[in-house]
Each structure stands twice: as structure tokens, then as C-alpha cells.
Design a protein around this ligand. Structure first.
Ligand code: TMO
Length: 337
């Protein structure tokens, strides 16, 4: 509704009043009432979202991919167009900054905080709010390794000094092995740390995929063999229990890549959302909903579980999650209405 329509409505009312021979005082009252009604409707006019697709990145761990389709499904329920692109987990922040990708919905502090804020400092990417879930990304052992006391003193890191044989594997040359995630996540961080704190008795190997981590956890359990892998929470592994190694505490700058000696673990961190700076302007309704979105640890764990335990495809997992959780996500779309 624009001013043109308001003025023509008023003109029509004046003509009607003339025909009905209504007195001057009544005319004033009617006009005033109409004026306020028009004003309210003008104020309430929302700008429609662009039909240009909202570009959502997909990465290489399950909750992130399922949540991509969950959020895409929420946008579609609001009438928006959505596109999914596989994206590198570190380079994606530069892609959001320059507009090739619209959002990131799982910015994990420990792994991606630096890339996120580096892109922000250059201009073009905004902080779109924080999920309820707190996070930890760290190497550790399944809880049963602690319960069976395979390496007394765990999860304190210093226990590893006496346990290299427990965690040696066929390809580790007699050293204790730590199975890191894909190298694209943390680069040299774990080799730097392990060398700085444990020296030459330990070796870091990189898994090709998150699935390779879950396969290792499953076979180690079957064989009753100790294993140390990278993992994170929230994740589907929260249900069985996973004990993260307690390294010396993190502080900003402690990593070698940040100028430190790498004698520190990961921070207990936040989980944020990011967006291209134009998204609130091009898609105000979708952005308003996105800014409201917040998932807790149980919700994120359940998105991963649908794929990694129940074997659904990411798309089917998202459909099921949306169908089962309308009471969680529908309110995100109602802000500002
Ligand atoms: C970013 N990640 C959840 C794999 O640690």
C-alpha cells in the first residue's frame, strides 16, 4: 500500500460524506480514524524478499549438511528460493564476504573463528547470532576406554606420556597414533601441538573424512582396542560418551599459526551464524528468521544421528527433522510479523 492509494481512499470518503450530508464534526472524526488506519498499514508494509536464491554451503560433517537442508527448508516454507553449494570449510568465509555464498550456519569457534573474523575485518560478512549450543572440538577417547582404564590418568594429557604402546597402530612405526580429522579443518595444528607437548613418541595421521573417524571408533570398540580420534560436541557420539583429552588450557595466540608454541588445547567455544552483509537488505524476511535460529546440543546431535546412526540421506534427515520439530522452527519465521 502506498500514499497514492491512501489519498484516493480519502478522496472517496470525502465524496461519500458529501452524498450522505454528514456534518463537519463527524467528517473530522471519520477522517482522523481513516488517517490512523492508513498510517498503521503503511508502517506495516514489509519489503518482499528477492527471488534470487539464498546460497547455503555444505561441508564435510553430518550435522552441518543436515542443518543446511533444515534451514533451506525453513526458507522455502517462507517462499524463498534456495541453492546448495559444496564449499571448503575455511575458504567459505571469504566466499560469504564476496557474496558467492549467502550464509554459514555452523561457525565453530575453535576451527573457524579465525577465518570468520579475518573475513569480517576485511568487510562484507556479518555475525548473524549465536546458537544455544556450546561446543568443543578436540581429540579424545570413547568413554569405554576410560571405564576400562586402558591408559590410567586419562583424560589428562600427561597420561599419554606413558601410553604410546596402547595407541600404536600398524602404520605408526611403534609410536602412539592420534587420528585427526581431514587436514582441511585444522592444517598443522595437531602435529604442532603433539610435537610441542609429547615429542617424538607420538604421530598424528589425518582421516580422509568424518566417516573414517566413525569407522575407526566402531572397529576399535569391536576389537577392544584403544584409539584416540578427533571428535566434537554436539555430535551423535554424545549419547555413548566421549572423553576429550584435557590439554593445557587454550589462550588466544597460543597456536603456532598465531605466533605461539602450540602447547594448548582447544577453547570451549561458541557456535555462530554468519551472513553476507547484503542478506538483510535483499531478503529481509529470511534474514530476520535466520537471525532468530538457534539450535541446542540435543537438536544438533539429533541431526547428525539421523545420518550417522540411522543411515538416512542428509536430505531425508532434514525432512524428518523438520516434520518432527515444527514447534522448534516455526516460531523462527514469526519474528517481526
Ligand atoms: C568443525 N567440526 C565440527 C568438524 O569440528
Amino acid at each position: 500500500m502506498g500514499w497514492g492509494k491512501v489519498v484516493s481512499d480519502w478522496a472517496e470518503i470525502l465524496i461519500m460524506e458529501d452524498k450522505m450530508k454528514i456534518g463537519i464534526l463527524r467528517r473530522c472524526v471519520i477522517l482522523l480514524a481513516v488517517f490512523f488506519v492508513s498510517l498503521t498499514s503503511l508502517v506495516n508494509v514489509a519489503k518482499a524478499d528477492s527471488s534470487e536464491p539464498i546460497v547455503i554451503p555444505t561441508h564435510n560433517w553430518s550435522s552441518q549438511v543436515v542443518m543446511a537442508y533444515v534451514i533451506g527448508g525453513i526458507f522455502e516454507s517462507m517462499g524463498n528460493n534456495v541453492e546448495y553449494v559444496p564449499a571448503d570449510t575455511q575458504a567459505v568465509y571469504e566466499a560469504i564476504r564476496n557474496g558467492d555464498v549467502t550464509i554459514s550456519h555452523e561457525v565453530w569457534q575453535s576451527t573457524f573463528g579465525k577465518s570468520f573474523y579475518t573475513a569480517m575485518a576485511k568487510g562484507g560478512i556479518i555475525d548473524a547470532g549465536t546458537h544455544e549450543a556450546m561446543t568443543l572440538e578436540e581429540v579424545g577417547v570413547p568413554q569405554w576406554v576410560i571405564d576400562q582404564d586402558l591408559c590410567p590418568g586419562l583424560p589428562n594429557w600427561e597420561a599419554l606420556k606413558n601410553c604410546k604402546d596402547v595407541f600404536a597402530t600398524a602404520d605408526s612405526g611403534g609410536k602412539g597414533r592420534i587420528l585427526e580429522g581431514p587436514q582441511s579443518w585444522h592444517g598443522q595444528e595437531y602435529p604442532d601441538r603433539v610435537e610441542a607437548l609429547l615429542g617424538d613418541d607420538w604421530v598424528v595421521k589425518f582421516a580422509g573424512s568424518a566417516d573414517a573417524l566413525w569407522a575407526e571408533l566402531a572397529s576399535a570398540k569391536k576389537e577392544g582396542r584403544g584409539t584416540i580420534t578427533f571428535n566434537w560436541t554436539p555430535n551423535f557420539t554424545d549419547a555413548d560418551g566421549f572423553a576429550f583429552i584435557e590439554w593445557p588450557p587454550y589462550y588466544p595466540g597460543c597456536r603456532k599459526q598465531d605466533g605461539g608454541d602450540s602447547k594448548c588445547g582447544s577453547p570451549k567455544g561458541w557456535l555462530k551464524k554468519a551472513a553476507n552483509y547484503k542478506f538483510p537488505k535483499t531478503h529481509p524476511a529470511a534474514y530476520t528468521a535466520f537471525s532468530q535460529m538457534s539450535f541446542n546440543a540435543g537438536q544438533i546431535g539429533s541431526m547428525a544421528k539421523l545420518v550417522d546412526i540411522e543411515g538416512l540421506s542428509h536430505q531425508d534427515a532434514a525432512k524428518k527433522w523438520l516434520a518432527d520439530n515444527e514447534a522448534v522452527w516455526k516460531p523462527f519465521t514469526k519474528a517481526g510479523m
